[in-house]
Each structure stands twice: as C-alpha cells, then as structure tokens.
Unconditional design. Structure first.
Length: 207
C-alpha cells in the first residue's frame, strides 16, 4: 500500500504542478501572437517567471517519486520505468530552464536584450521550451501509463491509462496533452487510495 500511495502522490504532484504552470507561465507557443511574445520579453516579471519555473521543475522531480513507487508493479520492467522517468525529468527540467532563460537574459541584460531579440525568434524558443518542458515528459510517462495495463489495477484505471498514454505520446498535438494531465490527477488520487498487491507481474518477455 505504501508504494502505491507514494506513486500516487508523485504523479498527482507532477500533474498539478504541470497544470498550474502551463496555465500561468505565459511562455509563448502554439499560434504566433506578437502581443504575447512582447509581454514574454518585457521587463518586470522576472520574479514571477522564476517562481513558476521552480514550481515546474519541482513537479518534474515528483516523477522520481512516482517511478520509485510504481516500479515494483511492473516486475522486471520496473528498471525500464525508472529509465523513462529519468528521461522525463531531464528533458522537463531542461525545458523549464530554456523557457525561463529568456526572461533571465532580458532581466540581466536590460532593454537592449529585450529590443534585440526578434519576436519570431522568441516565439520559437518558447515553443521549444514547451515541447521539452511539457510534451517530452508526457511522451515518456505516456509509455509508462500504457505499461500499467499489465498490472492488477482496476480495469477502468488500466483502460484510462492506455488512452492517456497514447495522448501523452501524441502530446506535441497539444490538445491531447490535457487528457494526459487529467489522467495524472485521476490516477494519482486512485493510486493513493488503492492497496498494493503483494505479487508483481511477469515481464512481457519471458525466457
């Protein structure tokens, strides 16, 4: 029970942190909006951006808690889960540093840097930061979600995990990312409430 609760806490914190930061960070991406990009480069909001970036980074680190708790559910595949989670954390943290790095540059460099960065370039950097900070972790954890089909979790949760896993892998389409984030919250709460099975599953590849 402790392992599932730990996994649930980690997944829920990751999902909640991802949701909050993506709704409030205002890093440009998607459709090109010059007004939004100008605000991103503007002076005066560095502290807010830094705080949100650290919240985003902390939510990525919570994936290590999730992986530590869920790896036993997948038997020998647990090491693969751990590796995927490390990849998700690494790319996610890099994404947040890139997204906040532009604001660091404008805050430290002053108006000359702000005026010197073309808006399309800043938009492109924001797009890359979003892909690394949001879509890449969703892809890696999406694979883990699909693998949960082989556990003894309730059928509805395993089915939802498979659907959400596919949505996570397709996260660069962006509209699927919201299904994945919803799964992190629902699955996180469910894992916190479920008792762990004393047995682990057999690996997919058997000798």
């Amino acid at each position: 029970m402790v392992h599932r609760r730990t996994a649930g806490i980690g997944l829920f914190v990751f999902g909640l942190g991802t949701l909050v930061t993506f709704m409030t960070a205002e890093i440009p991406g998607g459709d090109y909006e010059p007004v939004k990009v100008t605000a991103y480069l503007a002076q005066g909001h560095a502290l807010r951006t830094f705080v949100l970036a650290y919240v985003g980074i902390a939510s990525m680190l919570a994936l290590l808690v999730f992986a530590h708790g869920i790896r036993d559910e997948l038997g020998r595949l647990g090491e693969f889960v751990w590796g995927l989670s490390i990849a998700a954390v690494a790319t996610g943290v890099v994404g947040w540093f890139i997204g906040a790095g532009v604001v660091v540059a404008t805050a430290e460099g002053g108006p000359d840097i702000t005026a010197g960065i073309p808006l399309p370039v800043a938009h492109t950097i924001g797009e890359i930061a979003g892909l690394l900070g949001g879509c890449a972790p969703a892809l890696f954890i999406g694979v883990v979600a699909i693998m949960l089909w082989r556990t003894d979790l309730p059928l509805w949760l395993r089915g939802f995990s498979v659907v959400a896993g596919v949505c996570g892998i397709l996260a660069p389409l962006f509209f699927t990312l919201f299904v994945f984030v919803l799964w992190t919250l629902v699955c996180g709460v469910s894992l916190m409430r479920l008792q762990s099975s004393p047995a682990t599953i057999e690996p997919i590849l058997q000798s």
